[in-house]
Design a protein around this ligand. Structure first.
Ligand SMILES: C[S@@+](CC[C@H](N)C(=O)[O-])C[C@H]1O[C@@H](n2cnc3c(N)ncnc32)[C@H](O)[C@@H]1O
Length: 235
C-alpha cells in the first residue's frame, strides 16, 4: 500500500464530537435510540438500495451498528468500517450477543480504508461525510466509487444546508431546540458542535461533489431540519 502524503487530512483526529471517547460511545446509542427507529430506517435503506441476500455491503462510519447490525441479516457480508475503535468494539459486542457472524470489522475511514474483498454492491454512509472538509469529501467519494461494482449503489444520509439567507439563523436555532425535544440536552449540545465545528456543507456543493466523483444522483431528498438523503449509482 502506498504511504499517504504528509499533507493528507488526518481523519483519525476527531473533529467536533469525539467518537473515540468511550463514555461518548456508550451514551451515543442510548441517545440515538430515543429518536431513531434503527430497524425501520435500515429496512428503508435496504429497499432503496436494492440490497439482497447475496449483496456485499460497506457501512462507512458504522458507529455502534445502527445499520450494520440489522443489514447483516439481509445481505451476504457487511464491512463495518469506522475510525473509532470504541465504536467498532461496541458494534462487535452487539453482533456477538445477536449471533451475527457475517460482519467484518475494519478500523479505518473514508480516506484510509482499503477494501481488499470483492467489490461492493452498496455503500451506506449515515451521518459521517460531514466529518471531512469539502476538499476531502470528493477524495472520499472517489475512493467509495472505486470500492463499488459498476452500477453499485451509494446511500448518503447527512445534514446538508440550503443556501444561507435571512432565515438561516432561526432555522439553525430551531434545529438545536428540536434536538433537545427529540432526545435530550446532550443531543442539543451535539447539534451545536455539529454546526460550529464539523463540516456539513451546502446542498449544491454536495451535489457537485457527488456527480464529479462519478455518481449519478437518482434521488435527493431535502427533509426538515436539514436531514438529507442522496441515493446514487456508480456510473
Ligand atoms: C454521527 S456517527 C454516525 C454513526 C452511524 N453511521 C449511525 O448511523 O449511527 C459518526 C461516525 O463516523 C465515524 N467517523 C468520523 N470520521 C470518519 C471517517 N473519516 N471515516 C469513517 N468514519 C468516520 C465516527 O467515529 C462515528 O462513529
Amino acid at each position: 500500500m502506498k504511504p499517504a502524503p504528509i499533507w493528507q487530512y488526518n481523519e483519525m483526529k476527531p473533529c467536533g464530537v469525539d467518537y473515540t471517547d468511550v463514555e461518548e460511545v456508550a451514551a451515543y446509542d442510548t441517545m440515538h435510540r430515543k429518536f431513531r427507529d434503527y430497524t425501520k430506517s435500515s429496512e428503508e435503506i435496504i429497499r432503496t438500495l436494492g440490497i439482497g441476500s447475496e449483496s456485499i455491503v460497506i457501512d462507512m462510519g458504522a458507529g455502534t451498528g445502527a445499520f450494520a447490525l440489522h443489514a447483516s441479516k439481509r445481505c451476504r457480508t457487511i464491512y463495518a468500517v469506522d475510525i473509532s475503535a470504541p465504536m467498532l468494539e461496541y458494534c462487535r459486542q452487539q453482533a456477538e450477543m445477536q449471533g451475527l457472524s457475517n460482519i467484518v470489522f475494519c478500523q479505518g475511514g473514508l480516506l484510509t480504508y482499503e477494501h481488499v474483498g470483492e467489490p461492493a454492491d452498496a455503500i451506506v454512509c449515515v451521518a459521517v461525510l460531514h466529518h471531512l472538509p469539502d476538499f476531502w469529501k470528493m477524495v472520499a467519494l472517489k475512493r467509495c466509487h472505486a470500492m463499488l461494482k459498476p452500477g453499485g449503489r451509494l446511500g448518503l444520509f447527512d445534514i446538508v444546508f440550503p443556501p444561507w439567507d435571512e432565515n438561516s439563523e432561526a432555522k439553525i436555532d430551531n434545529l438545536i431546540k428540536a434536538c433537545g425535544v427529540m432526545a435530550d440536552a446532550r443531543l442539543a449540545q451535539e447539534a451545536v458542535i455539529h454546526v460550529r465545528d464539523e463540516f456539513s456543507t451546502y446542498d449544491w456543493i454536495m451535489e457537485g461533489v457527488i456527480k464529479r466523483s462519478g455518481f449519478r444522483i437518482d434521488a435527493a431528498e431535502y427533509g426538515d431540519g436539514f436531514q438529507t438523503t442522496y441515493i446514487c449509482t456508480r456510473e
